[in-house]
Design a protein around this ligand. Sequence first.
Ligand code: PLP
Length: 389
Amino acid sequence: LESELEDIRGAGTWKSERVIASRQGPHLRLAGGGAGIINFCANNYLGLSSHPEVIRAAVEALEKFGAGLSSVRFICGTQSIHKDLEEKIARFHQREDAILYASCFDANAGIFEALLTPEDAVLSDELNHASIIDGIRLCKANKYRYKHMDMQDLEAKLKEAQKHRLRLVATDGAFSMDGDIAPLREICQLAQKYDALVFIDECHATGFLGPNGRGTDELLGVMDKVTIINSTLGKALGGAAGGYTTGPKPLIDLLRQRSRPYLFSNSLPPAVVGCASKALDLLMESNAIAQSMAAKTQRFRSKMTAAGFTISGKDHPICPVMLGDARLASVMAEDMLNRGIYVIGFSYPVVPKGKARIRVQISAVHSDQDIDRCVEAFTEVGRKHGALP
Ligand code: PLP
């Protein structure tokens, strides 16, 4: 193991973890010093992770329903709050039913095996999240991988897959490394033409994409065409933990009978259920938080572009500052932290070789001054290291 660990260090792909000594939020205190750090690398898109009402809801659920269920759902682990949250999730997405998991990783691990047989086919975008890839590995369906967001390639693969009983196209709604959004309109048209179902992973869309934050399907006007949605409660929706599948009732019924991460893992703890439930209430009351995040995203993207940086994706709070060189991304991220801005550099194998970047994530709770300080720091650090003229 020691030599394997050395190899990881030698390859420059070692991931170290910074320790935070405060709540998650736009401003952090790092263990061992650094206070007042402005945080630009959490998936806390709507700033609900430390929202006072979300915290209060968790405390109330903890007091009323206890620390946890000591059971899986079907034995002795379903409380009224689990059923209420599932109903609320289905209503939020305008779907028939929903099922909770301990994480979206589990939801992705459980769905393909439960739904697809060796007679079926799954067609997956090559840049889908690792949990979709692992979920697909676990199922016995025929596997097709199409080039990233390439509709010609998807069509060719759909033609090839006509020989199978059922076809399922699986894609991230928004891709977390590039901040780009799947062409769902085109995907749904092809799915209709070739009699396929569409599955989307909405972890980086639920709560904030689309006029009412319903997600990519709302943004692109295909809410009635996407059959299955998997998403997380651990990012925009309060940030605690948990995941879910929402879609047609018979599918959800089947998952309750067959999905292994659901059947063989503990129920979500009440405090976690309380957080997500309150987050959904806040979003269903008003879309003001989502709109505030969109305005801040726009401010960051336009100021950074004007400063001379290339920002990948469009209109998404994931704003990858493209730098190319892995070392440049890493030293610039380090130097940003020296200036009080917490961002992370990504390089191979997380992203393709030559496409290293610093990924900035905007939150509704960043102030305009936070955004401006980030742009100023990028400009200084970019000039110092030759990323800007
Ligand atoms: N799918 C995508 C696209 C993600 O980005 C993530 C989290 O990183 C997951 C699934 C897993 O979500 P969770 O943290 O709820 O397991």
